[in-house]
Design a protein. Sequence first.
Length: 122
Amino acid sequence: MLLTARYGAPWTTADLVFSRGLVTLVVLEYFADGQQWNYQTAKQQYLKTAKVQGGFGQEALDRGFVTSGLWSLSRHPNFAAEQTIWVLLYMWGCWTSRVVFNWTFAGAMSYLILFQASTLVH
């Protein structure tokens, strides 16, 4: 869609803003996943050996979930970043095609519904 809407056109300021936003969100997700991985690895070692490792304190490991780094700012920073990536892609498509609503809404909305449905607790 982006390709067909502006084939051969130079990048605009909006393209730069959207692309940098996407890169920022991917980097944010990368660091959030890394922090979660480090915490869970330290927690599993703690549960097996009762030794505190990985730069986390005993209280943090006993809690059972990470609350430091990006996780101190949001309960699920990687989850929020992933959803925002898809919304931003949709917005970029709308901006580029100069419409408020287009068919790619179906993909972005389906992905958001999937994310929300996966969080339902029964």
